[in-house]
Design a protein around this ligand. Structure first.
Ligand SMILES: [Zn+2]
Length: 256
């Protein structure tokens, strides 16, 4: 079944129908979802979603746009959440030079700090990287070697994709690959071995065609699957099966 490796169902855009929507996932062919934490507050909501829904996993981490006011002391208050049995990753963490809400050296410091956390806890990393291709790669080469991870909402060139594949990382592919102006992403999908691709929505954002502009959910991943299948010359069933296996490898839960 479809494994959505990156969504934000704790977002307020789901407040009106979260339960109904999540309860419909199995009928829609969606087997598992990783709800990715971004802010300090969302970590708690991730854990709650994981407790409520058997098929929802969570992550613990602070997004580069959410670092304001973070101290080592407040960061360590997250530690108990890592102990939850449904927490399967550190994320989303990384660098965002598009919004640049914090100085780049501060972003790097917390990125490295959280990569170290993942190593210590033997967890994979969910990485957010926007307009920061070179620095992200450099930090991962220096501090992330040997870690398992996914470049969430991958948006760089196929040459950059090859660098991450060499490091054993996965690339998260979502709605952008269906866009008419998504040529670069289509090239990445064609060029990258399917063993390194994962499905993701980033819901409520990045809705695929033909629903672009509306609120996204894992239900729409079938359109991403169709696009990947046609680009790779595979059936939709094969794309779903292989990306699901990849997701299980990422989080180390091959029998759930
Ligand atoms: Zn996200």
């Amino acid at each position: 079944m479809i494994f959505d490796t990156h969504a934000h169902y704790d977002d307020e855009q789901f407040d009106t129908d979260r339960e109904e929507l999540l309860n419909s996932m199995e009928d829609e062919g969606v087997g598992h979802i990783i709800n990715a934490a971004s802010s300090y507050a969302s970590v708690k909501r991730c854990v709650e979603l994981g407790r409520k829904y058997s098929f929802v996993y969570g992550s613990v981490g602070i997004h580069p746009d959410e670092l304001e006011g973070l101290t080592e002391e407040t960061y360590q208050q997250l530690y108990p959440y890592f102990e939850d049995e449904k927490i399967v990753a550190v994320g989303e963490i990384g660098l965002d030079y598009y919004w640049d809400t914090m100085p780049r050296d501060v972003q790097k410091k917390w990125f490295i700090r959280q990569l170290d956390e993942a190593r210590k806890r033997n967890l994979p990393v969910l990485i957010h990287s926007r307009d920061a291709a070179e620095d992200t790669l450099q930090v991962i080469k220096e501090h992330g070697r040997g870690l398992k991870g996914v470049m969430h909402s991958f948006s760089y060139s196929k040459e950059m994709a090859r660098e991450y594949v060499k490091l054993g990382f996965f690339l998260g592919i979502g709605g952008v690959v269906t866009f008419k102006n998504g040529k670069k992403m289509k090239e990445v999908v064609v060029d990258t071995p399917i063993e390194h691709l994962l499905l993701e929505t980033d819901a409520p954002y990045l809705t695929p065609e033909p629903f672009r502009g509306k609120r996204n959910s894992s239900v729409y991943l079938k359109y991403v699957v169709q696009e990947i299948a046609s680009l790779k010359g595979l059936s939709c069933e094969e794309v779903i099966r292989i990306t699901e296996e990849n997701a299980r490898k990422l989080i180390g839960r091959e029998n759930e």
